[in-house]
Design a protein around this ligand. Structure first.
Ligand SMILES: [Zn+2]
Length: 378
């Protein structure tokens, strides 16, 4: 049994202080505003739910497209350093055989982790493509982009043993709406992204069951006052959770604020879209078979297009706070909102009976400790 006392707990949206937190058998068994004489005194440190990254391609050289379960497990062991206790490995558009290998690798890695992961929990797979619009490829390799094919997708679903939790689709593609309906029936969250869809086409996708927007504003028809486009349709639809890359490079600060004020905390999920080169020095790297250059931490293709990020989720939270977002709300966007958005509602908040995945932060929101299933990993 672990007893931590004299902490300020963010559940995330409620604050409990000075709190005592008791953990037993991987669960929180007690959380109350009181001091405990036998608890470890953390002197007012902050305790928050572990962060959940639902859009990440890698970090520290580990690549989610490698097709190697060991790479996913190594990534899982690295991510707690940045406060991440659960994540959805995200595959970029790639040849059929590669996506099959990626799907198999995720199934194997999830099995290897079991109930007691050595690092961040692997939640399944996010397929970012391959059914996206080549005009809005961003840093996805256009050579491997294709039209929606349910038959092909079923091969990934089977290979992943039903672990695909999210697929990013461009709604304007032929057959996309039918595809979305079928995916939703399987319990998959369909995310609208890499799209030139009009407002109306986007609304049709939402009516078909799409519930998320992949990195809102990036690789998407933008806001225009006479052509509102996909971003506006997603922002104005109460069913849709929008991903934001809050590195202050992908989206300008006032637009981050606009998204948060329009969608509200409960519909914004902070994501990193981090690439394998994140956490490594500046230099030349590959992403989905394309050459990229990372300079001063910003990754771009040769044509200048942004190519994922080198962001970490703890930095994204600090960035949102720096824009004036209250801390509980900034935390919710990295915890409870993304958890619910991928059907992992058992994670992302701190409450008695819930899993003991949490962080201890100092007042500047730097990570001091990380616990997963009640075990200290950092
Ligand atoms: Zn991505």
């Amino acid at each position: 049994m672990l007893i931590l006392t004299n902490v300020r707990v963010y559940t995330p949206l409620d604050t409990v202080e000075p709190a005592t937190l008791i953990i037993d058998q991987g669960k929180i068994v007690h959380l109350r505003a009181e001091r405990h004489p036998r608890g470890e005194d953390l002197k007012g440190a902050l305790v928050v739910p572990g962060f959940i990254d639902i859009h990440i391609h890698g970090y520290g050289g580990h690549d989610t497209n490698s097709g190697e379960p060991g790479e996913l497990l190594a990534l899982a062991e690295l991510l707690p350093r940045y406060g991440v206790t659960a994540f959805l490995p995200t595959a970029v558009t790639a040849p059929h055989e590669e996506l099959l290998r990626v799907s198999r690798a995720v199934a194997e890695a999830v099995r290897a982790q079991g109930d007691r992961p050595r690092g961040a929990r692997i939640l399944g797979l996010h397929l970012e493509g391959p059914y996206i619009n080549p005009e809005k490829a961003g840093a996805q390799n256009p050579a491997f982009i294709r039209r929606p094919s349910w038959e092909e997708f079923q091969a990934y679903w089977d290979a992943s043993e039903g672990r695909i939790r999210t697929i990013t689709v461009a709604p304007e593609l032929p057959g996309a709406l039918e595809f979305i309906k079928k995916a939703v029936k399987l319990g998959i969250t369909v995310s609208i992204g890499h799209t030139a869809a009009t407002y109306e086409e986007t609304k049709a996708a939402i009516a078909a069951g799409a519930r998320r927007a992949t990195h809102l504003f990036n690789a998407m028809s933008p806001i225009h006052h006479r052509a509102p486009g996909a971003a506006v349709a997603c922002l104005l639809s109460p069913e849709v959770v929008v991903e934001l890359i809050a590195d202050l490079v992908h989206v300008a600060e006032p637009i981050l604020e606009l998204a948060w004020r329009t969608a509200g905390t409960e519909r914004v999920a902070l994501v990193t879209d981090a690439i394998p080169a994140a956490g490594l020095p500046d230099g030349h790297y590959a992403l989905g078979g394309l050459e990229i250059e990372v300079r001063e931490g910003v990754a771009r293709l040769e044509n200048g297009a942004l190519a994922g990020s080198t962001l970490s989720l703890d930095r994204a939270v600090r960035n949102m706070v720096s824009l004036g977002v209250p801390l509980p709300q900034a935390l919710a966007m990295a915890t409870v909102v993304p958890a619910a958005a991928v059907g992992a509602g058992e994670l992302g908040s701190l409450e008695p009976g819930g899993r003991a995945d949490f962080l201890v932060l100092d007042r500047e929101l730097n990570i001091q400790r990380v616990y997963i299933g009640g075990e200290r990993v950092i």
